[in-house]
Ligand binder design. Structure first.
Ligand SMILES: [Fe+2]
Ligand SMILES: [Fe+2]
Length: 153
C-alpha cells in the first residue's frame, strides 16, 4: 500500500452497532489469516505469504482507522478524554501492531525462521488487543448508543 492510498483512506460510514459487528467479524478473519501465515512460513511459501501480508495490512489499516475515527470518537464525545483513558490506551496499541507488521515483512525477507518468532508475538499481541476491544471498549461504545443520557451521568 502506498502512502497516497493510506492518506486517501476514509472511515466507513456505518451506524455504530453495524460497524462494531463488522469490526468483530474482521477480528475473526484476521485471526484465521494469522494462522494461515504461520502455515505459509512453515511451508516456505514466500509468494503466498507476501500476498497475505499485503491484504492483512490493508484490512488492518481500514479497521484501525474506523476504530479510532468512529468508536474512539464516540467514547470521547460521550465520556470525555479522562474517562476514555482505557480506550485511548488500547487504541494506542495500533501503532505497535503496525510496527510489528513492518518488522515481520523485513524479517521474512532476511530470515524466515526469525520471522516465525515475530508472527507468534504479533499473533498473541493482536489476540490480546482484540479481546480488550471486544470485552471492554466495544460494549462501552454501544452503551452510549443504547442509553445515551444515563451514560453521560
Ligand atoms: Fe484495534
Ligand atoms: Fe479491532
Amino acid at each position: 500500500m502506498t502512502m497516497r492510498e493510506v492518506t486517501e483512506m476514509k472511515p466507513r460510514k456505518l451506524g455504530l452497532e453495524l460497524l462494531i459487528d463488522l469490526l468483530e467479524g474482521e477480528h475473526r478473519k484476521v485471526e484465521s489469516e494469522l494462522r494461515a501465515v504461520s502455515g505459509m512460513i512453515a511451508a516456505r511459501d514466500p509468494g503466498g505469504l507476501g500476498r497475505l501480508l499485503q491484504s492483512l495490512d490493508e484490512e488492518l489499516l481500514q479497521h484501525m482507522l474506523d476504530e479510532e475515527a468512529s468508536v474512539l470518537a464516540v467514547l470521547i464525545k460521550v465520556y470525555g478524554k479522562e474517562r476514555s483513558a482505557e480506550a485511548i490506551k488500547v487504541f494506542r496499541e495500533h501503532r505497535r501492531i503496525r510496527e510489528m507488521m513492518a518488522d515481520m515483512k523485513r524479517k521474512f525477507e532476511a530470515d524466515p525462521a526469525e520471522c516465525m518468532k515475530s508472527i507468534n508475538e504479533l499473533e498473541s499481541f493482536m489476540l490480546e488487543h482484540f479481546k480488550k476491544e471486544e470485552v471492554v471498549i466495544f460494549p462501552l461504545a454501544l452503551e452510549t448508543q443504547r442509553r445515551p443520557k444515563k451514560a453521560m451521568v
